[in-house]
Design a protein around this ligand. Structure first.
Ligand code: GLU
Length: 478
């Protein structure tokens, strides 16, 4: 995958440039803009772990961008390319992301320079626990101060280790489980967290397609049904987004780009078949039902309705932006479009649904998990059967009517079964996520269409988010 050419600003500078664009048309009190933009603190830790008979030293970071609300929130990334600039950029995006979707957190992010493929599960556990120890002893993992989550290279397994490490260090903390989100269900997690970011991408697109004006901006009509989609990265986010869009909304996934090249099939690819192939063979090469090209990044430039970069930052940059043909891009990854490429696309009229909104499904469901941990009860546990009993009342009345009216009317066959079922945790999580994604989109849309000086969704998103952060600082008397 192509990284940003070196003549472009760094990732953090890119985020700052986009921020500056938005604040230049806002009316903030003098100096507040600088206070919001800067990263409050970045902690760097180097620690040793004895592995295979020798001590190996690892470098990790936890950056806190803004503490206007606490705890601060954001994932922990495990990748060899992790560096301070990247962690700080990602922490800043977390601040704006949480503000935009009204998750009551400040922004933070962590990272460990490591290639997880080089270590077995036991070694990974030792390394993760040691990193967690270093962060927890400085309150950089803490239910009320700083709550990590999964990101690239981490998942449920790492979150369970982190939660357990924190609990060992804080044996009397009744809220210990709320110190990290994205845990497995049996270790205090929540139903629907793994799929949440991909699900959020789906809900975001559905909301986009509810407004004719938005579709017109991208030169589109109709609905998601039949739209062609190219996805870059079939990791957790890309996989779920592509799966839901193809299985539930009628999209045709024509291209999938992975680390070892890309697959292309005009008829549409089966997401589960490709995923299974990747799990088995380590990449997409050799997948039978599609054309394969080793030059994966070139497929970003193919014709399609919707392009979903769901992998690394900087993949659409000044080096390839002029060849990008999609008229709608949804940023499932953080920072996939550099500031320079963003300018080019905006001037061309390409509609970009920005990262801070598009991938906010993850942190939204993290928020639900944190609330669940603090309330010590599964969502729906108190209401579900009571709700079912009330539905039962209506259904029995309808059954009486059904009998009375004979052939003239009858209930739709699966109505009774569907209506009777009270909402469990998964249904409630999806409903909360859908609501969050709709409301956040609507707040961006309003700014986008109503302000003449705003011509793109990213600037609109920054304006909505920065206004919220500024309001929180004002309320603190700053
Ligand atoms: N790493 C995810 C993100 O970039 C999730 C963060 C969270 O759940 O706190 O949004």
């Amino acid at each position: 995958m192509s990284a940003a050419p070196t003549n472009e600003p760094t990732f953090r500078e890119s985020v700052d440039l986009m921020f500056n664009r938005a604040v230049s048309i806002m009316d903030l009190p003098p100096g507040l803009e600088e206070k919001i933009r800067v990263c409050n603190a970045t902690y760097t830790v180097r620690f040793g772990v004895r592995l295979r008979g020798r001590i190996q030293t690892f470098t990790g970071y936890r950056s806190v961008h803004s503490e206007h609300m606490e705890p601060v929130k954001g994932g922990i990334r495990f990748a060899p390319s992790v560096n301070q600039d990247e962690v700080e950029a990602l922490a800043a995006l977390m601040t704006y992301k949480c503000a935009l979707v009204e998750a009551p957190f400040g922004g933070s992010k962590g990272g460990l320079c490591i290639d997880p493929r080089e270590f077995d599960a036991h070694e990974m556990e030792q390394i993760t626990r040691r990193f967690a120890y270093e962060l927890a002893k400085r309150d950089l993992i803490h239910p009320a101060q700083n709550v990590p989550a999964p990101d690239m290279g981490t998942g449920e397994r790492e979150m369970a280790w982190i939660a357990d490490q924190y609990a060992r260090m804080n044996t009397t903390d009744i809220n210990a489980r709320a110190c990290v989100t994205g845990k497995p269900l049996n270790a205090g997690g929540i139903a629907g967290r793994v799929e949440a970011t991909g699900r959020g991408v789906q809900y975001a697109l559905r909301e986009f397609f509810r407004d004719k004006r938005d579709m017109e901006q991208a030169g589109m009509t109709g609905s998601l049904d039949g739209k062609t989609v190219i996805v870059q990265g079939l990791g957790n986010v890309g996989y779920h987004a592509a799966k839901f869009l193809s299985e539930e909304d009628g999209c045709r996934i024509t291209g999938i780009i992975e680390h070892d090249g890309a697959l292309f099939n005009e008829e549409g690819l089966s997401i589960d078949a490709v995923r299974e192939w990747i799990v088995k063979h380590g990449g997409v090469t050799g997948f039978p039902d599609a054309a394969h090209t080793a030059e994966g990044a070139a497929v970003l430039e193919e014709e399609c309705d919707i392009l979903i970069p769901a992998a690394l930052e900087g993949v659409i940059n000044l080096g390839n932006v002029h060849r990008i043909k999609a008229s709608l891009i949804i940023e499932a990854a953080n920072g996939p479009i550099t500031a320079g490429a963003d300018d080019v696309l905006r001037n061309k009229g390409t509609v970009i649904i920005p990262d801070m909104y598009a991938n906010a499904g993850g942190v939204t469901v993290s928020y639900f998990e944190w609330v669940k941990n603090l309330s010590h009860i599964r969502f729906g546990r108190m209401q579900r059967r009571q709700e079912e009993a009330r539905h039962e009342l209506i259904v029995s009345e309808l059954e009486r009517l059904d009998e009375m009216l004979g052939d003239r009317w009858s209930m739709t066959p699966d109505f009774k079964q569907k209506y009777l079922r009270g909402a469990g945790e998964l249904e409630l999580v999806r409903s909360g996520l859908d609501d969050t994604m709709r409301i956040a989109y609507q707040s961006m849309r309003e700014v986008w269409h109503e302000r003449e000086d705003v011509t793109d969704l990213r600037t609109a998103a920054y304006i909505v988010a920065i206004e919220k952060v500024a309001a929180a600082y004002r309320a603190k008397g700053l």
